[in-house]
Write a protein of this length. Structure first.
Length: 136
């Protein structure tokens, strides 16, 4: 059995007098889809926001591939390979599925001194990802 790719150990988070997370322990193995399930107000969104750099934890550790990491921003999370897809389907309803997949990390192509979105590559890669998800 291998160590989880992402793990939380004793993570806490409070918002004023409200303790949202109390000693969270979580392990997420590599290469698997993992669901975080619980009642409303259980702290699911707070855990996800801590992992993705939106909320800073008050205590505890976040480890990536066994190493303690400090995720202070979504950019820090992205550098590790962590991306968050929010459940609000209307967030970017004016964009295609491929554009939503690459939102914030678009594939660019250069033409001389100019850079443009590479819509074709994003569509192709998104289609690959969707096929992988269907085969699981």
């Amino acid at each position: 059995m291998t160590d989880p790719l992402l793990s939380l150990h004793g993570v806490t988070k409070s918002f004023g007098a409200v303790q949202a997370l109390a000693g969270v322990v979580l392990g997420v193995p590599a290469g698997q889809v993992t669901a975080l399930v619980g009642d409303n107000g259980a702290g699911k969104s707070t855990v996800i926001k801590a992992i993705s750099g939106i909320h800073h934890t008050d205590s505890g550790e976040i480890r990536w591939d066994g190493e303690v990491v400090h995720v202070h921003s979504p950019r820090d999370a992205a550098a590790l390979g962590i991306a968050t897809v929010y459940q609000d389907l209307a967030l970017c309803d004016n964009l295609s599925a491929a554009a939503n997949v690459f939102l914030g990390r678009e594939i660019m192509r250069s033409v001389g001194p100019f850079k443009f979105l590479d819509h074709r590559k994003m569509r192709e890669r998104a289609a690959e990802l969707f096929r992988e998800l269907q085969s699981e």
